[in-house]
Write a protein that binds this ligand. Structure first.
Ligand SMILES: *[C@@H]1O[C@H](CO)[C@@H](O)[C@H](O)[C@H]1NC(C)=O
Ligand SMILES: *[C@@H]1O[C@H](CO)[C@@H](O)[C@H](O)[C@H]1NC(C)=O
Ligand SMILES: *[C@@H]1O[C@H](CO)[C@@H](O)[C@H](O)[C@H]1NC(C)=O
Ligand SMILES: *[C@@H]1O[C@H](CO)[C@@H](O)[C@H](O)[C@H]1NC(C)=O
Ligand SMILES: *[C@@H]1O[C@H](CO)[C@@H](O)[C@H](O)[C@H]1NC(C)=O
Ligand SMILES: *[C@@H]1O[C@H](CO)[C@@H](O)[C@H](O)[C@H]1NC(C)=O
Ligand SMILES: *[C@@H]1O[C@H](CO)[C@@H](O)[C@H](O)[C@H]1NC(C)=O
Length: 833
């Protein structure tokens, strides 16, 4: 009896000792030691020290084309090789160290980690002389300097964070994380995340540029400081091994920064980064190569940075004279008012400047006063910086007051009050309150650039609704020029518009065609199946589609045979490669390709037959599907598109989403057709005409087709948005009618107008089914408005769209879709359609 007690007593300290050893021991397991005297040279082929598992690496990374390097730690197994730490100059406000090719990092024999330029001058160092015996890149992403004589590390990258923290990393009191300047610049940016001595975690904006650190009011606080009860205050921020981030309070409780469920560390990598836009974000990335190789947002703070950064100090989230709009991803999107442009075109977060000379700077203001006009931005406000407040004014009086006053650069009108403001404007944001208007005073110019149709909103006095067309690109005076321009941009953009390879194909095209179980038909077989191409089902940009009957085993089945009339001449391989890519797609909401024929000049594709024709055949006819079916159809299309964009091995951008290309099967399931074909049609002669054909009617085409900018999968999101409106409203995107109905001609404009006026019932006047379900209807209209944003980056991804349709994601209030914003009709020459 007594002996057993004794043994326990003896064992207890031993077990305790083992426990103490355990973390150190497990660390040793994952060490991959770098011994004294080892070094890496920037620009050499093998310039990193990986961790044992290979998840992380320490070494040099080239950041710009011109021989600039970072000494960094990064995720080494993912395609992005995301940087999580970089050597920075703590003394200099400018955090980046200029590292040229030939610079060398070395664990010196006297125990310091030093970074020297090619001439041997020290740029940076860690640890101290006589210290470290070894260095190691740990599997947690922590780079440590250690010594044989001590269990404590001498230096850790975890204790000197830059913009990112990782699981197992702890931020102590006075610890801080700072943002980078821009996505591509590793200089110190404007934002700070700090744990203050009183125990709260805060986000601040720093005055910029400035030689000493001056911080404005915090724009986020964990509120874990407690003046009355110090036990309730925080003392460290922990990113625990399972990926949860919380503030540890002195009484042993935790304050979680987010209560979101976290995916297990065995499946995903985690990181939390104070991004250059000021949003502190936890991200996850699949470890497996099969998952989508991107970082997705788990949660972020603050919820709305556009509003959170405010107060009387500083420029706001977007810089002076700019205004901030929250994207569906809770990111700030910065915009300049009309006739203003970004101070630094490479940095949209750096504020805007006017492109014209202000009134009072003119010698002859009284003569020139007529050359100014007001542009209206609805729901935009710069809440501070007014010099005059005029009560009981109507909007006309507010406009007159600002136009007549050379000091007035902007007037905000709301609730019969007129606030006059001077530049620079700060804390600009779009607050979604369309009962207010910002009137921006600008120099008049000749209308030539703006491209979009904008329904004028009725102001208080002038309640006549009319559609104003501002300098339409297509209807403008110089039609020939426009055509050439259009053709050129379409040609350039067309290069982006086919299946994009995400990774190199492993198999040769030939072998994979057979593997994708596509049947190869002879021309004669298809000629017989279609009875000599008699029964025409339809005509499209790609050629004519015929109905056919194919015998297989004992049964016969209906098929649709598409005879391509303009096909790439350059070789069979291309055809097979593309057909193969299409053949590899398998999704409930895509039309299946069954086989193909390639004989001489003949190129035919054989698809499964869809008995209920296309969505266009039903939507705009009497046989329109009921409301529930229409919602299901929309959802189905979003799933099919998501599959094309993100889930098949090669991304496919459809480029021609419209109801004519959505087919319906027996049970009215929506199936996308004609995907992946753009590339097959690129003969030199037919390119332009074909692509002009492909882009369909004006209504569906994303605005970037007309700009000289690359197109992405977001063009499909745009077209989907237009089509979603058509599906829920059962009308065409563009209706050519004259007179009173002008305003309704363009569905996207009309829908936004109705939405912004809170008059959604205008859109579905005759549809009683929908009238009973206005909540869902409003939700779908909001999703559509997100999709039809002029600015592609504001449009949600297809995944988000689908999640919003499914009701998994909230739908935030959408901004006005027109990037170049509302043009005030009363001061310009309107052009009527
Ligand atoms: C790394 O170096 C330290 C000190 O020399 C040593 O104690 C440790 O066992 C080494 N670890 C490995 C995995 O080599
Ligand atoms: C944090 O910084 C403040 C001000 O520099 C200092 O007074 C305080 O001792 C520091 N606290 C810790 C725990 O380092
Ligand atoms: C991390 O925190 C979460 C939430 O409190 C907890 O469920 C999990 O067990 C913790 N993980 C570790 C490794 O401590
Ligand atoms: C913007 O970036 C481009 C390419 O990096 C560079 O050539 C140009 O000088 C930059 N412009 C400004 C104003 O910094
Ligand atoms: C508008 O102003 C009036 C008087 O100044 C005030 O009583 C009212 O609450 C304001 N309405 C709104 C919506 O702000
Ligand atoms: C508009 O164009 C006309 C004719 O080209 C020119 O005379 C006038 O100065 C222009 N106005 C502005 C504000 O540029
Ligand atoms: C769809 O097709 C099935 C089978 O051909 C047919 O019975 C049904 O009536 C069709 N539905 C509509 C709305 O045309």
């Amino acid at each position: 009896m007594s002996t057993s007690v004794n043994t326990r007593l003896v064992h207890f300290p031993f077990v305790f000792f083992l426990l103490l050893l355990l973390p150190i021991d497990s660390n040793a397991q994952t060490y991959k030691n770098v011994s004294s005297g080892s070094s890496l040279t920037a620009g050499d082929a093998d310039t990193s020290w990986p961790s044992q598992s290979g998840d992380f690496a320490f070494g040099f990374r080239q950041i710009l084309q011109d021989n600039q390097f970072l000494l960094a730690i990064w995720f080494d197994k993912i395609p992005d090789k995301t940087i999580v730490w970089f050597a920075n100059d703590a003394d200099e406000n400018h955090g980046e160290i200029q590292i040229r090719k030939g610079s060398k990092v070395e664990l010196t024999t006297d125990g310091k980690l030093t970074l020297n330029d090619p001439q041997g001058n020290e740029l940076w160092s860690a640890g101290k002389a006589g210290g470290a015996d070894y260095a190691a890149m740990l599997d947690t992403g922590n780079f440590v300097l250690g010594s044989r004589s001590s269990a404590e590390s001498l230096w850790e990258s975890f204790k000197d964070p830059t913009d990112t923290i990782l699981p197992t990393q702890v931020l102590k009191v006075n610890g801080s994380v700072y943002s980078r300047e821009t996505k591509d610049s590793y200089s110190k940016g404007r934002f700070r995340l700090r744990l203050l001595p009183d125990g709260k975690l805060v986000l601040n904006v720093a005055a910029y540029p400035s030689s000493s650190e001056f911080l404005y009011d915090e724009y986020y606080s964990s509120k874990t400081d407690n003046q009355d009860d110090s036990q309730k205050s925080g003392y460290e921020v922990v990113f625990n091994q399972s990926g949860y981030i919380y503030v540890n309070l002195r009484d042993g409780t935790k304050m979680f920064l987010s209560i979101k469920d976290i995916l297990p560390i065995s499946d995903v990598y985690h990181r939390a980064t104070l991004d250059f836009d000021g949003v502190f974000t936890q991200y996850s990335h699949p470890r497996s190569k099969n998952g989508e190789q991107v970082w997705s947002t788990v949660w972020s703070i603050p919820d709305n940075i556009c509003v959170a950064i405010g107060g009387r100090q500083g420029p706001g989230a977007c810089g002076y004279n700019s205004y901030c709009r929250l994207t569906s991803e809770a990111r700030p999107y910065c915009n300049c008012p009309p006739k203003f442009s970004f101070l630094d075109p490479n940095n949209t977060y750096g504020g805007c400047k006017p492109d014209f000379v202000q009134g009072c700077q003119l010698d002859d203001w009284t003569e020139k006063r007529d050359s100014f006009e007001l542009e209206t931005l609805y729901s935009v406000d710069w809440p501070t910086c007014d010099y005059e407040e005029l009560g009981n004014y109507d909007i006309g009086e507010c406009k007159t007051s600002c136009l007549g006053d050379c000091l007035c650069d902007v007037a905000i009108f709301r609730n019969r009050t007129c606030w006059k403001k001077k530049l620079p404007l700060s804390n600009g944001r779009d607050n979604g309150d369309s009962s207010m208007a910002a009137l921006i005073k600008v120099r008049k110019t000749n209308l030539s650039e703006p491209i979009c149709y904008i329904p004028q909103r009725p102001d208080e006095k002038n309640d006549r609704s009319k559609l104003i067309l501002v300098g339409s690109l297509l209807l403008g005076s110089s039609i020939l020029f426009n055509f050439i321009f259009l053709a050129r941009t379409l040609y350039l953009n067309s290069l982006a518009c086919f299946s994009k390879e995400k990774k190199p194909r492993e198999k040769s095209p030939d072998s994979s065609v057979s593997r994708s179980s596509l049947r190869s038909f002879t021309y004669q077989e298809l000629e017989e199946a279609t009875k000599g191409f008699k029964d025409e089902l339809g005509r499209g940009a790609f050629g004519i589609v015929y109905k056919g009957l194919i015998k297989e085993m004992d049964s016969t089945s209906s098929v649709a045979v598409k005879r391509l009339d303009k096909v790439l001449q350059e070789g069979e391989k291309e055809f097979k490669t593309e057909v193969n890519a299409i053949g590899m797609t398998h999704h409930k909401n895509l039309v299946r390709l069954l086989g193909f024929c390639e004989e001489g000049q003949q190129r035919l594709l054989v698809y499964e037959f869809m008995s209920n024709k296309s969505l266009a055949d039903h939507l705009f006819e009497n046989s329109k599907p009921d409301w529930k079916q229409r919602v299901q159809i929309a959802l189905g299309i979003s799933r099919g598109l998501l599959y094309l964009h993100e889930e098949c091995s090669n991304q496919i951008i459809h480029c021609d989403i419209k109801p004519q290309n959505i087919l319906l099967d027996d049970s009215f399931t929506a199936k996308i057709s004609d995907f992946g074909l753009a590339k097959l049609l690129m003969t030199t002669q037919s390119r332009i005409s074909t692509l002009t054909g492909i882009r369909g009617t004006k209504g569906y085409v994303a605005p970037e087709w007309f700009r000289n900018t690359p197109v992405s999968a977001k063009v499909d999101v745009y077209s989907f948005g237009v089509m979603l409106l058509e599906i829920i409203c059962c009308r065409k995107g563009v209706v050519q009618e004259k007179g009173e109905e002008d305003m309704k001609a363009i569905l996207t404009d009309w829908a936004y107008y109705c939405y912004s006026q809170g008059k959604l019932e205008y859109l579905v006047k005759d549809d009683e089914e929908v009238m009973k379900d206005m909540r869902i209807f409003e939700r779908l209209v909001m999703i559509a408005i997100w999709c039809i944003q002029d600015e592609p980056s504001l449009r949600p991804s297809m995944k988000k769209v689908m999640q919003m349709l499914e009701g998994v994601l909230e739908v935030p209030v959408p901004p006005c879709p027109y990037q170049f914003n509302t043009h005030d009709g009363s001061y310009s020459e309107p052009d009527y359609v």
